[in-house]
Design a protein around this ligand. Sequence first.
Ligand SMILES: [Zn+2]
Ligand SMILES: [Zn+2]
Length: 375
Amino acid sequence: MRAARLHGARDIRIEEVPEPSLLPDGLLLRPRFTGLCGSDLHVWHAGPFGDLGPMVLGHEFSAEVVAVGDQVTDDRLRPGTLVAVEPMWTCGQCGPCRRGAYNLCRDIVWHGLSEHDGGLGELTAVRACMAHPLPDGVDALAGALVEPLAVAHHAVGRGGLGTGGTAAVLGAGPIGIAVALNLVARGVALIVVSEPSLVRRTALTTALAAVGVHEPDAALAPAAAPGTAAALGTGAGTGAGAGTTLRVVDPAAEDLPSAVAGLTEGDGVEVVFDAAGVEPAFQAGLRIVRPGGRVVTVAIYARPVAFRPLDVFFGEIDLVASCAYQDDFPSVIDLLRAGAFPTDGWVHPVAFDTVGAAFETLDQAQAVKLLVDLT
Ligand SMILES: [Zn+2]
Ligand SMILES: [Zn+2]
């Protein structure tokens, strides 16, 4: 079969590879769309982990079931079923697994990332328990977004915000945009997004416009007193986002803490989602969260940051991490079917033959979410 295999740093080749074997409790899958993300980009830069040798990346994918192992009892999984894959091989035995916190498994292996050839080939093999059937109304393209949307859904759950809450999202990459869409689905009243890249700000505003959330008219906003309903604007239109106001900040051109203060009567937002993963964003997050609020880190930090515990002490700020997902796939699939996650502006399919160029495009930050088309 044909697959795109990573041989070393920035060396990905489409070539003939052996077919994977079907496990007795597993499925053989034909990937349909496979998303590329920041984690893939990291591995693409570094080359395959350890001495694994060439590997097929791809952990964000939808697929069609080709064959079913003879120990599989879930009769929804038949040849032809379209599924989204939760790309974790967990041990089932360790403390976190026994407690149901399988995303924290001490022996976790990521399908198509740290081991097990993934979704950038004609076939891939998983355990049946990793596959979530997709209902009518969720197509293969949307199915490939379930994984990153689940990362964001879990983070928003860790934030604990309800209807009418206030939030800031640092970074409008795929996870930041997915966090914002999940916040809209929860009925959050105010979302402030900070993002220095024009490409990403444009992608974000396009995606949120598709769920009826717009920035208030900039010409009207200054006339209203800070914190009043008028100041929060009438940016929301109709539909899912009718109760949500959006404010997008370029932190290179505007002071983020001042912007947040102006929108919250100087108080700060209830929850900050850090989807940026760089020190300036982390520091800004601590300045814009209100006393008693929460900062949720969903970004993967490559470097340490300077942190003064006193900065969270006086405000009793909760610092919370969100790692991957835990029982989030079914909710995300329901929300997808309900139209909560439009692909407008941030998701772009690319041909399988151009996968090498797609990595270059992502590396140059010229796209937000690329889905490799294997149909
Ligand atoms: Zn990913
Ligand atoms: Zn485990």
